[in-house]
Ligand binder design. Structure first.
Ligand code: SF4
Ligand code: SF4
Length: 486
């Protein structure tokens, strides 16, 4: 159905539901928040790129890479901590802590994660610095964008995209180094001897890094990432966010006008510096919005303008909605620390800390010996020629230390029963047997338990004890089946 020009606006179909992206050419700025952003960027990138190269001595039986996800050996190494597959709850605990940690940060300082430490923010910031390095600051980049495709522009773009590609390659390359011995994989990668999955992973991560950080940038935060929506639900009137104090700034007008009629104008001189430095290209003066990642660069920009025109800083500042209302009524400003240390934040922090302490306690008290038992249930028992009843089991003996250990398997709670294994003849059957388990290994043992004629079906236990100075042990209960039944 076609609508006529005389129809009201809301009845007209929009020409398009798609709004083309307007490139963001943010201006260089210096200030406290920008310096803090630099520090976070350098530290996080350094951690990411350097960590796989850190060596950590774990003895001759374990890898010497400080952080390693050893998929083949089914282990996760992080400095002195070694997580086995059956201890995955530690990883789950860390993920839960990471999630609650985001709650803590958001309730205390708003979207600080988005503004400073999110990988999308860090890499976008890095690519924006490359733009500035190659093409110049905001005005030069805007001119170049509008300029026709001359040889010079092609060469400049080619050079810049080559740097993008290099960053993508280094990023994807660093990722795979977390999954194998870094120096070996690095050499294999460039000699063409690495596994195909390594090349495929690097190719995918290079592509995603360049696409998301180099080209899509703020669109990821505004349209793709669910976190801003979740955060919006977690924030309240006491949460800190970057705010333009309109009661102080409005009515905005040029410095010239403001100087002529100071009673008519507020502190905002409409210089748009805050908009020009914004990495997501928004105007914070229009109020809180999902595109604001609270990086606070607009605070740096506006503080500088206020200093230049001799007005107090903080026209744009970190503030809560509650504080804004109070200040708008003329009440004195409150310290932002009040928003950080409040009951809600403390509760989140308490939960986060409790999980962390529980994990630390579990890590500190866990043993490096573990036993698992699986009984044969088909057949559940066998009658021996002497009338004894035999049950068979598969035992898994874990030695989680980086040295071979002798261990003792014993039967508890089954009077008169004897035990032997697939490595020991029945003539040597006894109430306990010794087995050596190699360093950092799981040893599978077939175990046979024979109980005298007349034994009733009953619960009993296997115990595993390390025969060394630590004497760590583990006990697993299971059932002994007999023809007599329970
Ligand atoms: S930087 Fe400050 S003075 Fe300039 S437009 Fe933004 S809010 Fe107004
Ligand atoms: S409005 Fe300010 S705080 Fe928000 S993203 Fe832009 S520069 Fe950062």
């Amino acid at each position: 159905m076609r609508h006529t020009a005389s129809e009201p606006d809301f009845q007209r179909e929009p020409e398009s539901y798609y709004e083309a992206r307007k490139a963001v050419h943010n201006k260089r700025i210096d200030g406290n928040f920008r310096r803090f952003k630099w520090a976070v960027m350098i530290v996080t990138l350094a951690i990411y790129y350097i960590t796989p190269w850190i060596r950590w001595d774990r003895g001759e039986y374990a890898p010497d890479q400080a952080v390693l996800v050893d998929l083949a050996g089914r282990r996760f190494y992080m400095f002195d901590i070694e997580i086995w597959p059956h201890e995955f709850y530690f990883v789950a605990g860390l993920l839960i802590m990471a999630g609650i940690g985001l709650f803590v940060v958001t309730s205390a300082v708003g979207r600080a994660w988005c503004g400073y430490a999110c990988p999308q923010t860090v890499w976008t910031d890095l690519f924006q610095h490359i733009d500035r390095f190659v093409d110049g600051d905001r005005n030069a980049r805007m001119r170049l964008d509008r300029a026709p495709w001359t040889l010079g522009k092609v060469a400049r773009r080619g050079f810049k995209w080559a740097i993008y590609l290099l960053i993508g390659l280094v990023t994807g390359g660093a990722w795979i180094l977390y999954f194998a011995d870094a120096p070996t994989l690095f050499a294999d990668f460039f000699s063409g001897e690495a596994a195909p999955v390594a090349y495929i992973t690097v190719a995918i991560l290079t592509l995603t890094t360049v696409t998301l950080g180099g080209f899509m940038r703020e669109q990821v935060c505004i349209y793709m990432c669910p976190w801003p929506r979740i955060q919006t639900a977690m924030m309240d009137e006491h949460s800190l966010m970057v705010t333009y104090k309109d009661w102080r700034g409005e009515k905005r007008g040029s410095l010239k006008k403001a100087r002529k009629q100071p009673e008519k104008y507020g502190d905002c001189i409409d210089c748009t510096e805050c908009v020009q430095v914004c990495p997501t290209g928004i105007d914070i003066r229009e109020g809180p919005q999902i595109g604001c990642i609270t990086c606070a660069l607009c605070i740096d920009a506006c503080d500088r303008v206020m200093a230049d025109i001799g007005r107090p800083r903080g026209l744009i500042d970190y503030a809560t909605l509650d504080d804004c209302e109070r200040e708008a009524k003329g009440e004195p400003a409150r310290s932002p620390w009040k928003a950080v240390f409040r009951p809600r934040t403390m509760i989140y922090f308490g939960i986060w800390a409790a999980i962390g302490l529980a994990l630390l306690f579990a890590l500190g008290t866990r043993t490096r010996t573990d036993l698992s038992v699986a009984a044969d249930r088909n057949p559940p028992f066998m009658l021996m020629s002497d009338g004894a009843v035999r049950n068979s089991f598969t035992l898994k003996l874990r030695n989680m230390e980086s040295r071979p250990r002798e261990m003792e398997i014993a039967i508890e709670g089954l009077p008169g029963a004897v035990l032997w294994t697939d490595m020991i003849d029945r003539s040597q059957a006894a109430a306990s047997q010794r087995v050596t388990v190699n360093a950092d290994q799981v040893r599978e043992v077939r175990a046979y338990v024979a109980a005298p004629r007349g034994t009733q079906q009953q619960e009993f236990a296997f115990s595993l004890t390390a025969l060394d100075e630590k004497a760590e042990s583990d006990l697993v209960e299971t059932r002994f089946d007999t023809p007599e039944g329970p």
